[in-house]
Design a protein around this ligand. Structure first.
Ligand SMILES: [Zn+2]
Ligand SMILES: [Zn+2]
Length: 499
């Protein structure tokens, strides 16, 4: 079976739901998803059966939002149905169900017939999921259980309807309690050891990994908020759905790191019969230097691979290289001149060629009309538009970026034509970019700027290794954690050996 890798976001919000803090139209959400993802589900805020009374009647705003979501449901169904075009772009119908008692779920349907079930009990929701084939994906599990955390309740997570778990979103990461990406952004408090993915895996829960943005600016796939990767036969609803149920999935924080893990030949997400000998194969291709690849067995690291130990220092700028063009910055908020800057770039490579690119477009600032978009892409030429602002940027990171994979030959050059916010031309020898980044300003202080990052070499962004391990317990699991030099990470679904 040949599987292709597809990128998507199964958890995001806009004004269809809690409109007082989630923004943007559903039409815009779909337009954005189509522009940079292979698949997505829209999961509007729909119901909270054990919602507390809040100060200043704050809970009434939530109730109003849920009523709005209910009224919009027929329109949501219509828009999602028409957005799905098998082979081109996959859209799933869904919604979000809150629960302090059981933990939140994203409810995602395989087809357009899904009903909005505003269940007051998890048993009712689970029964409907089982009968309709829906997926229930637990998310932001790391909070404390109950009120006000709304974190995981392991007793309530039923793998027959929940084969996957979100391990990272804009809330933070909860693979483990000491890792990076702590919970700071929401009122639900910090993360707890008892509600990490590792804790659930140790309990014997068979939960594959995805990441989802949980973006509230109507921006599915927003850079830095989490993405889901699925290995599927084709870009169709049915194929991607099959991949999700098979747990042939993994999650990344932002950069679309390619990751393949096999144990005795089986793909990630599989359960294989017990065998004393385990042959583990790992293949990774990142979009930055890979700092470290860790292989974990039963939540403990058993092997670490550092590409730098195997790489030669690069000096030529030839071969396969990655070139990241990052743009934004601009006036510090305290200067009192908040502004949104529109960018238009044209990039041309000479004596070399573009192979592909990765978009890194974040959700902020919220703007109904503006779009981040690659307008043209060919072997030698790329044109893209974007907008950035320090005001309203995600995690106070006021930039967007595009990363090119370039097949470079000695003497190759990169020509950048900036058309907006100012008209300027820049030419760089790839051999020079192999040595140092280049920074340009759009005007005088306090203007915007951009950087062409120092090139990433093939040897530093890719890795392939094998190792052998011996089993000791009747049920064991392996997964892989990847960390790039720029901090972006990937977590594979586990492979279980034994029961
Ligand atoms: Zn939630
Ligand atoms: Zn959510």
């Amino acid at each position: 079976m040949t599987y292709h890798l597809y990128w998507g976001d199964l958890h995001n919000h806009n004004s269809v739901g809690l409109f007082y803090y989630s923004k943007g139209s559903l039409a815009r959400t779909i337009d954005i998803a189509k522009s940079h993802l292979d698949f997505f589900a829209f999961t509007g805020h729909a119901h909270w059966h054990d919602m507390p009374i809040m100060p200043n009647n704050g809970h009434l705003k939530w109730s109003e939002g849920f009523e709005h979501h209910t009224r919009e449901w027929p329109n949501t169904k219509r828009l999602i149905a028409s957005a799905n075009v098998d082979g081109e772009f996959v859209a799933y119908l869904g919604y979000e169900w809150h629960s302090a008692q059981y933990g939140d779920r994203s409810v995602i349907f395989p087809d357009d017939s899904g009903k909005l079930i505003r269940a007051d009990d998890l048993a009712e929701l689970t029964a409907y999921a089982a009968s309709s084939g829906a997926l229930l994906i637990p998310h932001h599990i790391g909070y404390k259980s109950g009120l006000p955390g709304r974190g995981a309740n392991w007793d309530a997570i039923d793998e027959s309807v929940s084969p996957l778990l979100e391990v990272y979103s804009e809330h933070g990461g909860h693979e483990r309690d000491r890792g990076p990406w702590p919970y700071y952004r929401h009122t639900n408090g910090p993360r707890t050891t008892r509600n990490t993915w590792q804790y659930g895996l140790a309990l014997g829960k068979k939960l594959g990994a995805v990441c989802g943005t949980d973006d509230h600016f109507g921006y599915p796939g927003a850079y830095g908020e989490g993405l889901a990767a699925v290995y599927a036969e084709a870009k169709t609803r049915a194929s991607i759905w099959e991949g999700l149920w098979a747990r042939r999935t993994y999650g990344v924080t932002g950069d679309r790191i390619e990751l393949d893990l096999r144990v005795n030949g089986a793909l990630m997400g599989a359960t294989i019969p017990w065998a004393a000998h385990r042959h583990i194969q790992v293949k990774v291709r990142g979009w930055d230097d890979i700092a470290m690849i860790e292989v974990l067995k039963n939540n403990r690291v058993i092997y670490r691979y550092f590409p730098e130990d195997h790489a030669l220092p690069q000096t030529t700028g030839a071969g396969t290289v990655l070139c990241r063009v990052e743009f934004g910055w601009g006036p510090w908020a305290a200067l009192g001149i908040p502004r949104v800057t529109d960018w238009l770039f044209e990039a041309t490579v000479e004596r070399s060629r573009f192979r592909r690119y990765m978009p890194c477009f974040q959700s902020g600032p919220m703007d109904e009309e503006r779009r981040n978009r690659v307008l043209e892409f060919g072997r030698n030429h790329c044109r893209w538009q974007s907008y950035t602002s320090r005001d309203g940027s995600f995690a106070e990171i006021p930039t967007n970026a595009l990363v090119f994979e370039i097949e470079a030959v000695p003497g190759g050059t990169l020509h950048l034509q900036l058309k907006s916010p100012v008209e300027r031309d820049f030419t760089y020898a790839l051999s020079s970019l192999a040595q140092s980044s280049e920074i340009e300003f759009t005007a005088d202080f306090p203007c915007e700027s951009f950087i062409v990052h120092r090139l990433v070499t093939e040897q530093m962004c890719s890795a392939e290794f094998e190792l052998d391990d011996v089993g000791t317990h009747k049920s064991e699991f392996y997964y892989v954690r990847v960390t790039q030099a720029n901090g972006h990470m990937a977590w594979s679904s586990p492979i279980w050996v034994g029961e």
